[in-house]
Design a protein around this ligand. Sequence first.
Ligand code: PMT
Length: 221
Amino acid sequence: ASKTELEKKKILITAGPTYEKIDPVRFIGNYSSGKMGFALAEACARKGAEVVLIAGPVSLKVNHPNIKRIDVESAGEMYQAAISEFPTSDAAVLCAAVADYRPENQEPEKIKRETKGDMMLHLVPNKDIAASLGAIKRENQILVGFALETKDEIFHAESKLQRKNFDFIVLNSLRDQGAGFRCDTNKIAIIDRLGEKIEYPLKSKQEVAADIINKLATLLK
Ligand code: PMT
C-alpha cells in the first residue's frame, strides 16, 4: 500500500475510554488506553489522510500534522464531536470503548460516606455513537466498528455489524492473550458484510492498524 493511498480522504477515528462522572472526584470508566485508536490515526495520517481523532481521556500524544485531535471526556461529548465531523468524512473507524450507561445525576459536591448501608447508583443509557453514524451513513461513506467480546465472539460481532450498519467490524476478544486493552499487541478478526472473515495472528497494534487500513483502503477506492 502506497504512502499516498488515502490522500484527500478525511477519516474520523474515535479512541480511548469515556469517563462518566459520578461526582467531582469519581467516574465510571474502562481500561482502554487509546493505543489501538492512536495507532490507527497515525497509520491513516502516514498514508496521506486528513485525520480527525476524537480521543477520550488518555495519556498518549500525537504529533503528525495531518491529525486534528479533539479531546473529550464523556460519551455525550464524544457523540457531539462525532456527529458534527462525520458528514464531511469519507470514513470513520470507531475504536473507542464508549460507556453504554452514565449516572443519571452528577452530584455537584463529593458524595460523603454517611451511613454503613449500601449505596445505589442509578444509570441511564448513553447514545450509541456507532448506530447513530450508521443511520446517517451515505452510500459513499465507510463505517468501521470494533467488537470487544468475552464470549460467543463471532455471534456478537456479526450482530453488531448488522445492527450498527458497519461496512466491516474488527473483532478482538479478551480471551486471547495479548489482545484488547492496554497491551501493545492485539489479535483481531475482520468480518465484512459479504460474510468474509479473516483471522490475523497476534501482532503489534501498529501492524494491526496497517491491516485494518489496508481493508479500509480497498473499500474507499
Ligand atoms: O485502547 P486500547 O487499550 O488500545 O484497547 C483497544 C480496545 C480494546 C478498546 C479496542 O480494540 C476495541 O475493541 N474498541 C471497542 C471497544 C468497545 O467498546 O466495543 P463494543 O463491542 O462495546 O462496541 C461496539 C462498537 O460500538 C465499537 O465500535 C464502539 O466504539 C461502538 N460504540 C459502543 C457504544 C456506544 N455508546 N457508542 C459506540 O460508538
